[in-house]
Write a protein that binds this ligand. Structure first.
Ligand code: 13P
Ligand code: SF4
Length: 355
């Protein structure tokens, strides 16, 4: 069974307005000379502050490279959180969006966690305010509450479990096999995909990612016919008809690994376009084509670019390090409650991966 609740229209409008604001707030590009100077200064500051840069695959390639060159890390949202846990740095700088910074802080409360840009939101997080979510949970007291990582610390504090796209299927299957009924939030597409694959009894919050919801199945089908040898890689925040055309559905790391490991030369990729940088690094010589996302009804202000991920840039990183600004702080009680549901996810994942 799958029930839905609606996200109010005015909230959708606010989210789209915030996305447009983020798009407009991008910094002006640096000249090559400015870029070199800024990178050298950032490296110096990272070292002197015993700080590490942890980046998501969707941020600008230059930040991904800088993270790796300076002993930091690039990964999917679960791996980013785990990296902070195991690192002995005093400060973690998150190149990503706010929920990633909050998760890093919750798992490593003794560390200073700084965001490059505090206005870096996520439409899924914005679509699920804690007050409304608490009411929704109160209406379904018999259900196990599983929330996607792309949520605020307050929403995670209410949850029994947190899940990222890399483990959502396994986790919900595990809970459903034990006879548990699930309340899932906030991504309606990922929720519907998990429901379809596992047959679990789920009620779904109706949030969506403004980037992935714009991928178009009809145009993708046409592209597949034009490129019959290409394999299709899809992030599960995409609409169901797009997922149905996929050869592989998975988290950012899972689809990067598929691009490297699959016996194909050409891939059509339905996720944020920042991922192409890592795909080209791990599978040089292969061809990657962006899945179609324009067309009638598409928002496509940024065409497969997350406007919030793209707020992360070199000048803002330099400023954060110089001033120590943008520190993540979370209410102590919220932090302790959210730590419970996040830690369960990390432990479930470790157990699942155990030989
Ligand atoms: P991953 O967990 O696959 O990295 O996804 C995070 C995200 O925000 C996708 O839009
Ligand atoms: Fe959120 Fe979508 Fe951006 Fe990922 S790509 S951070 S889900 S808005």
């Amino acid at each position: 069974m799958s029930l839905n609740i609606s996200t109010p229209h005015d909230r959708q409008d606010t989210i789209r307005d915030l996305a447009i604001d983020a798009e407009r707030a991008r910094s002006a590009p640096l000249s090559d000379a400015q870029q070199l100077k800024t990178i050298a200064h950032i490296k110096q500051l990272l070292e002197s502050q015993n700080a590490v840069l942890v980046a998501h695959y969707y941020v600008d390639a230059i930040l991904q490279d800088l993270a790796e060159e300076t002993g930091g890390f690039v990964g999917d949202s679960l791996e980013m959180a785990r990296f902070g846990l195991n690192s002995d740095a005093d400060t973690v700088i998150v190149a990503g969006v706010r929920f990633m910074g909050e998760t890093a802080k919750i798992l490593s409360p003794e560390k200073r966690v700084l965001m490059i840009e505090t206005r870096a939101e996520c439409s899924l997080d914005l679509a699920c305010p804690a007050d409304d979510f608490n009411q929704f949970c109160d209406q379904h007291p018999d259900r196990t509450v599983v929330v996607y990582a792309n949520t605020s610390a307050e929403v995670k504090a209410r949850a029994d479990w947190v899940a990222t796209s890399s483990i959502a299927l396994d986790l919900v299957k595990h809970l459903s096999d034990k006879g548990e009924k699930i309340l899932w939030a906030p991504d309606k597409f990922l929720g519907a995909y998990v429901q379809k694959e596992t047959g679990a009894d789920m009620v779904l919050w109706q949030g969506s990612c403004i980037v992935h919801e714009d991928f178009k199945a009809t145009a993708l089908q046409a592209l597949k016919q034009h490129k019959p040898d290409a394999k299709v890689l899809v992030h599960p925040e995409s609409p169901g008809p797009v997922i149905a055309l996929a050869d592989v559905v998975g988290s950012t790391t899972q689809i990067i690994n598929a691009a490297r490991d699959m016996d194909a030369d050409t891939f059509i990729v339905a996720t944020e376009r920042g991922i192409f940088h890592k795909m080209q690094q791990v599978a040089p010589g292969k061809t990657f084509i962006a899945a179609p996302n324009a067309g009638e009804g598409a928002m496509c202000e940024s065409c497969a670019e997350c406007p919030w991920m793209k707020m992360n840039d070199l000048p803002r990183l330099e400023h954060t390090l110089e001033t120590g600004s943008n520190e993540i702080t979370i209410d102590e009680t919220v932090m302790q409650q959210a730590a419970r549901s996040i830690t369960r996810m990390v432990e479930f994942n470790a157990r699942d991966k155990a030989p």
